[in-house]
Design a protein around this ligand. Sequence first.
Ligand code: COA
Length: 158
Amino acid sequence: VRTRIRRARVDDLPALLDLLDELQERATPGVPWKRGDAVWTATVWEEVLSDPRRVYLVAEEDDRLVGTADLVLLPNLTHGARPIAFVDNVVVTTDRRGAGVGRALMDDIMRRAETEGCYKVQLLSANGRSRAHAFYEGLGFEASSRGYRRYLIRDAGR
Ligand SMILES: CC(C)(COP(=O)(O)OP(=O)(O)OC[C@H]1O[C@@H](n2cnc3c(N)ncnc32)[C@H](O)[C@@H]1OP(=O)(O)O)[C@@H](O)C(=O)NCCC(=O)NCCS
């Protein structure tokens, strides 16, 4: 089966939301996971797609979306004013994990980041995701930094 990596299109949204829901299995306890309002989500999706510094990738196999990764290019003043590539929301659908789909997505991201002159590619992966950590380390990423986050939404505040 051939895996095709391409930029997401506006009509990918329903399948993409199903795929992203698979990240929920290991969502941070206490942080609410629910889809946004459908109209608002569609508005946000158009904004994402029209942002020249945003590359939303999908992996497609026989018209089925089996993986995704979100790349943000951040203009930057240090390191020769080269941009930073941020990666988030990487997921491969359960029955296609371990088949090279994640690697194909990340290879595409690395190529794009190099083409854009980025000086580094950076991402966070939650402490419990040990499989993902092995995946990133296999691709040459190092856990060389301590990541901090402070959530602004909590179940209690819903
Ligand atoms: C993490 C994830 C994206 C990896 O995608 P994948 O398609 O399963 O990974 P690949 O098959 O492309 O693996 C590529 C390389 O990663 C490494 N790797 C992947 N899974 C691994 C594991 N369980 N243990 C050790 N190394 C692993 C291997 O080095 C592999 O190299 P190989 O091709 O030589 O075997 C996928 O498992 C996933 O969606 N997990 C759930 C969601 C998630 O945790 N996302 C990341 C959030 S930060």
